[in-house]
Design a protein around this ligand. Structure first.
Ligand code: ZN
Ligand code: ZN
Length: 109
């Protein structure tokens, strides 16, 4: 199973090095906006698969992750500089959003 080997937090990015050698990067703001918690994403639309609009539209451009915590064997919880800390990011969710050059170009195709 793929797990993080190292997590780095910076002013601009969150970096995750996985134990398969892949190095993911995520812009802080993008990752904050992708917060999967119910508050940020809204509950699942009962009529279909689409989600309601996020409840927290105003993510400041300079938001950054201040802390992280591994959750079980499947996810990472981040605490953000805007005080939000309830989002738990499963590893596969993170990998699907990886912004490294290889993943970004593969996704464009
Ligand atoms: Zn959230
Ligand atoms: Zn990648």
């Amino acid at each position: 199973m793929v797990r993080p080997r190292a997590v780095t937090l910076s002013e601009t990015h969150v970096g995750i090095e996985w134990n398969d050698g892949h190095k993911s990067i995520f812009a802080n703001k993008n990752l904050r906006e992708a917060c999967p918690c119910a508050l940020c994403q809204g509950e699942l639309n009962p009529l279909g698969g689409s989600r309601m609009l996020p409840m927290v539209p105003d993510v400041s451009a300079d938001v950054k992750a201040t802390q992280y915590q591994l959750v079980g064997l499947y996810a990472i919880a981040f605490a953000w500089s805007d005080g939000h800390s309830t989002g738990i990011y499963p590893y596969d969710y993170l990998q699907a959003r990886c912004e490294c050059d290889a993943c970004a170009s593969r996704r464009k195709k």
